[in-house]
Ligand binder design. Structure first.
Ligand code: GMT
Length: 386
């Protein structure tokens, strides 16, 4: 199949999922055309089935806000026309679903019919999309999609609760490439960071408010009162400077390191003992899955799709938002020498159920079904030839 994938090309979870999906589809022989405003960060290798089309955004003095959505829709029209695309798959509803709707309707007027699938990732529904400034267009374009997927049952429920969506949503969970995310022997790295056998605690995120990185620091400070440990903070974003200030005020700075954005995050995860995800909202929690694939148990909040991933008392623990005591107490339990190995093994076993090899066919089946249903609907609309 020839598939056009639209996503954010940055480090965010939706862009990572879209890029990894496209790469895996290309390896299976599909032709995959990425349409984004810059090269996706994980689109870092050559494959004869992978193509990249950059959206042209021309500045003009009149525009305080250059019309990205129109430029994207125009690029989709161009790529579908010239590459004979069978299906567009847009990741993150805002504004990709409405741009895809526009492209589909424009193409129709040139006699080209192409369906589009929208994958909902989380904040496009729970934070950004449901704001009154965007909601009518988001609802309309989700309903106009020829197929809709959500990355967890919870996100599907949230979508029905907050939007007047009348179509069926298929849940296809996020996935992990276990060939890439697996425990690596990096003992020298662990020794350098934890020279006295301290436990290594890690958090990775885009440092947005919704991630509650302050709670990571607070939980860490409590853990340290009982268990000698170090904290690695991976990623970057708007909250980072504030969190650095918080650490200067409340932590022993020899015990905390900010690593910034890392390409090979699996190297850090491989030597870690515990992952903390205290988010206020999390439709799935891809970063936690990446940790689990590297045998790292997870302390998380019990929000959104996290209970569908992190099994309470098995792969880690779930606590209420902001419950620092609970998170610290459970973390100390996991880090106990009698418990850690059991939690690590359970985390890996759970991650294996989200292996790319089992999730990829779900997308392929959904693609085929969507294209077939679209064709049948088109044929039903054709006037009967005499
Ligand atoms: O977490 C973010 O702020 C990034 C965001 C995105 O769209 O890039 O992540 C969302 O999509 C990920 C991939 O499906 C999910 O794993 C994250 O849980 C989800 N984030 C939230 O719901 C806050």
């Amino acid at each position: 199949m020839k598939i056009g994938i639209v996503c954010y090309p940055t480090y965010g979870g939706s862009g990572v999922v879209a890029t990894e999906l496209g790469k895996a589809l290309a390896e299976k022989g599909h032709k995959v055309h990425f349409i984004t405003y810059s090269q996706p960060t994980r689109l870092d290798f050559f494959n004869e089935n992978l193509f990249y089309h950059e959206v042209d955004i021309k500045p003009y003095p009149l525009f305080q806000y250059p019309p990205y959505e129109i430029a994207l829709a125009s690029k989709m029209v161009d790529v579908v026309k010239h590459e004979n695309i069978d299906l567009l798959h847009v990741h993150y509803a805002v504004p990709h679903a409405s741009a895809a709707y526009m492209a589909r309707e424009i193409l129709k007027s040139s006699g080209i019919d192409v369906p589009f699938i929208t994958t909902l990732h989380g904040t496009d529904i729970t934070i950004v999309g449901k704001d009154a400034s965007l909601e009518p267009v988001v609802t309309f374009s989700i309903n106009q999609s020829d197929g809709i997927t959500a990355v967890s049952e919870d996100l599907k429920k949230d979508t029905y609760d907050h939007f007047n969506v009348t179509k069926e949503i298929r849940v296809i969970p996020n996935f992990i490439d276990l060939n890439r995310f697996k425990k690596q022997k990096k003992d020298h790295f662990k020794k350098a960071i934890c020279p006295n056998g301290e436990k290594l605690i890690v958090h990775t995120s885009n440092f947005r408010k919704v991630k509650r990185v302050d709670d990571v620091v607070k939980v860490f400070n409590k853990i340290r009162e009982t268990v000698p440990s170090k904290l690695l903070l991976v990623g970057d974003g708007p909250e980072r400077t504030r969190i650095e200030d918080l650490c200067r005020d409340s932590c022993n700075l020899n015990d905390v390191r900010f690593l910034g954005k890392l390409e090979a995050v699996e190297e850090v995860l491989s030597v870690s003992d515990l992952f903390i995800m205290p988010s206020e909202k999390e439709s799935f929690g891809l970063a936690a899955l990446e940790a689990m694939a590297c045998e790292v148990p997870v302390i998380s909040t019990n929000v959104g799709g996290l209970p569908e991933l992190n099994l309470d008392g098995v792969t880690g623990f779930l606590c209420d938002i902001g419950d620092i005591e609970c998170m610290a107490e459970k973390a100390i339990h996991i880090l106990d020498k009698d418990n850690l190995a059991t939690f690590k093994k359970a985390a890996l076993d759970r991650a294996k159920t989200f292996d790319l090899e089992s999730i990829l066919p779900m997308y392929e089946t959904f693609y085929t079904e969507t294209v077939e249903t679209f064709k049948v609907a088109l044929e039903a609309k054709q006037p009967i030839k005499q």
